[in-house]
Write a protein of this length. Structure first.
Length: 177
């Protein structure tokens, strides 16, 4: 069963040209995913993050996945900030397919959890060493920057959801005619 979906993928970094190049390469790679056919893509120009020497860009990609496995493996690989399933209206899945998906999900989450825990321990060790030397760790300032970025991402997702809702209403209207 083919599944039509739309995602928003974001990148942040510097300089702006690197961020835009990275996004272009990411979209090119997305287009080569097995079982995925890109229908539309819109890559936005990088903009500077307020009061920071960082730039952010995002792309909206509408695509068709051959099946639910291709859809979710693509979502895990690219970790979009938003996903909208356009069609079908309902999805029927066999219990062994759902079990396989759940097992893959848990495996991936355990892997990420392990990486995050290791990174946090290493960061804390380095931060403590810097504090002993009388220096302020960059992580103390990073948290406020990440909070601002998260707020900006939420705004983009809300905007995308409104656009998606309008599209759904338009599709339902055209079907009812």
């Amino acid at each position: 069963m083919k599944i039509k979906a739309s995602v928003i993928i974001e990148i942040m970094g510097r300089p702006a040209s690197h961020v835009e190049e990275a996004m272009s390469k990411l979209v090119e790679t997305f287009e080569k995913e097995p079982g995925i056919k890109v229908l539309k893509k819109d890559i936005k120009k990088a903009k500077q993050v307020q009061d920071k020497d960082l730039f952010t860009t995002f792309s909206e990609i509408e695509f068709e996945a051959e099946n639910i496995k291709n859809l979710f493996m693509t979502v895990f690989r690219y970790m979009p900030s938003h996903i909208d399933i356009i069609s079908p209206e309902e999805i029927k899945i066999k219990n062994h397919e759902l079990g396989e998906f759940a097992s893959n999900l848990v495996r991936i989450l355990h892997k990420y959890d392990e990486l995050v825990k290791r990174a946090v321990v290493e960061r804390n060790i380095l931060a403590e060493q810097l504090r002993k030397q009388g220096k302020t760790p960059v992580t103390d300032n990073l948290e406020s920057c990440l909070a601002k970025q998260a707020k900006n991402s939420e705004k983009k997702v809300k905007k995308a959801r409104k656009k998606t809702d309008k599209s759904k209403k338009a599709r339902k209207k055209s079907k009812s005619r």
